[in-house]
Design a protein around this ligand. Structure first.
Ligand code: PLP
Length: 478
């Protein structure tokens, strides 16, 4: 693995800070630019191919748009001219409304870590439906058992269940405010954390709106009441230290994904997260790790454990629920005491309902060290094989991986923060995504996502992706 590479064969190698050794980033020794005209020509051809192959999806989107804005149930699902509509899924494969089978590499943005219709999840949910019940709104051993399992697995002193990542982040921030008696928060420039108002600031903002890299200006959408939010670049410890030194007395929490998985994959520099932890401690500011996307996909006990930095609060969702709406927030007993003594009220009719708890139990059982390690081995082999293609065709790209997730980033230099991410080649990213879609491989619709090797994917499945990348590389160099 190399982290030093020339931008082109003629430039001198540059050095970048080492990345955390628990994460993976590989840069090619040599690369050559791709002809932009060729990229545009291929994009035009592939978009035509897309609409030719997916008439039923087009018709479905037209119908759905009469009842659902954009014809989708979450704006992330939309793309122009229309997204593919899925009729059913099993294991690692989807069937779309045109009757095509697609290899699912999105896996519900990571929520389907155990695979679609995982037999253990199905069995336990069926038992809950037939023998237990779906909702009591009372305490129940079904929820207590999962809380105890999460205490042990994720090293949380106390936790509460919610339905979504958004809700967990909202409560984590409220808990931090109640505990510190401070209101402001710090978030990472470009980071996405769901729909809570305070976290809408500088979510993938236009560069024209956010000032210079050395002094980022928060971008606040008109429709949100964000409160005071400081925005800091990821992997820039000294900037964070400065903000905390100037405003620490008003700041309740620093909120971040330990590994950013909403800008493809952006990994922490070695020592960065430990530095963030120390800076927060120096100012009595809480550290909240948003593990909605990392969670079990980053390792058996999530990214925090794997990277060896303990936050005060963690939010978990997606991968823990086996596809059912499960999320939670929790952490240090002293902080969660705010729920115990009523400094922060936490409610929710469906919290910890037995149906979702049945799925949680199945996921906890199925996601053993061995099962996750096997999926990660497949991911590493896939990344290695794609690295070989990048090397062979001298593509201006590199790969990044974390746990069972991986991505190709269309840049010859590492992406260490949002501004680096904005400098990557989005036309090539679009082509590479569309190329896959047209060859029955579905990665998430944004160009800032990654693939997931679920427990249902085999090496043969992932070899389909490698072959697809090779075919794209051949077309780019033809
Ligand atoms: N945090 C992160 C890092 C996310 O990626 C997301 C959703 O993609 C959320 C929070 C919000 O989670 P949900 O969609 O469950 O509300």
């Amino acid at each position: 693995m190399s982290d030093q590479a020339p931008a082109s064969p003629s430039t001198t190698p540059r050095q970048w800070p080492a990345h955390d050794p628990q994460t993976r980033r590989w840069l090619p020794e040599r690369s050559r630019p791709v002809d932009p005209d060729r990229v545009e020509a291929l994009l035009a051809r592939e978009w035509q191919r897309f609409t030719d192959a997916t008439p039923e999806s087009g018709e479905h989107n037209a119908r759905a748009s009469n009842s659902l804005p954009l014809g989708v149930t979450s704006s992330f699902q939309h793309w122009e001219p229309y997204p593919i509509s899925i009729a059913s899924a099993r294991g690692a494969w989807l069937t779309d409304v045109d009757g095509r089978r697609l290899l699912d590499l999105s896996m519900g943005f990571g929520a389907m870590l155990v695979g679609h219709l995982n037999p253990v999840v199905v069995e336990r949910v069926r038992t809950a439906l037939e023998e237990v019940g779906t909702l009591f709104v009372t305490p129940s051993p079904t929820a207590t058992e999962i809380a105890e399992r999460y205490q042990e697995r994720f090293h949380l002193d106390l936790l509460r269940f919610t339905q979504s990542g958004t809700e967990s982040l909202m409560y984590a921030i409220r808990a931090a405010r109640a505990f510190t008696e401070r209101k402001a928060i710090v978030k990472i420039e470009g980071g996405y954390h769901g729909g809570y108002d305070a976290l809408q600031v500088s979510v993938k903002p236009a560069l024209a709106d956010i000032g210079p890299a050395e002094a980022p200006i928060p971008e606040v959408p008109f429709d949100v009441e964000a409160g005071t939010v400081h925005v800091v670049p990821y992997n820039d410890l000294s900037y964070l230290q400065r903000i905390l030194a100037e405003h620490g007395r008003e700041i309740a929490a620093v909120v971040m994904e330990p590994v950013i998985e909403n800008l493809a994959i952006v990994v922490p520099d070695a020592g960065y997260l430990a530095g963030v932890r120390a800076a927060c401690d120096a100012h009595g500011v809480l550290l909240v790790f948003d593990e909605v996307k990392t969670g079990l996909t980053a390792g058996y006990a999530g990214a925090s454990q794997r990277l060896g930095v303990r936050p005060d609060l963690v939010t978990l969702a997606k991968s823990i629920g086996g596809g059912l709406p499960l999320a939670c927030f929790g952490g240090r007993a002293e902080v969660m005491q705010v729920v115990v003594d009523g400094r922060m009220a936490h409610f929710g009719t469906y919290n910890g309902n037995p149906l979702v708890m049945a799925a949680a139990r199945a996921v906890d059982e199925v996601c053993t060290h061995d099962a996750l390690a096997a999926a990660e081995d497949i991911n590493v082999a896939t990344l290695d094989a794609i690295d070989a293609v990048i090397t062979e065709f001298e593509l201006p790209a590199h790969t990044v991986g974390m746990g069972v997730k991986g991505c190709i980033t269309w840049s010859t230099t590492p992406v260490r923060n949002y501004r680096d991410y904005k400098a990557t080649d989005f036309r090539l990213a679009e082509l590479s995504w569309l190329w896959g879609v047209n060859r029955h491989i579905l990665t998430p619709p944004g160009l800032d996502e990654q693939w997931l090797v679920s427990l249902a994917h085999t090496q043969a499945d992932m070899d389909v992706l490698v072959a697809d990348v090779r075919e794209l590389a051949t077309a780019l160099r033809a």
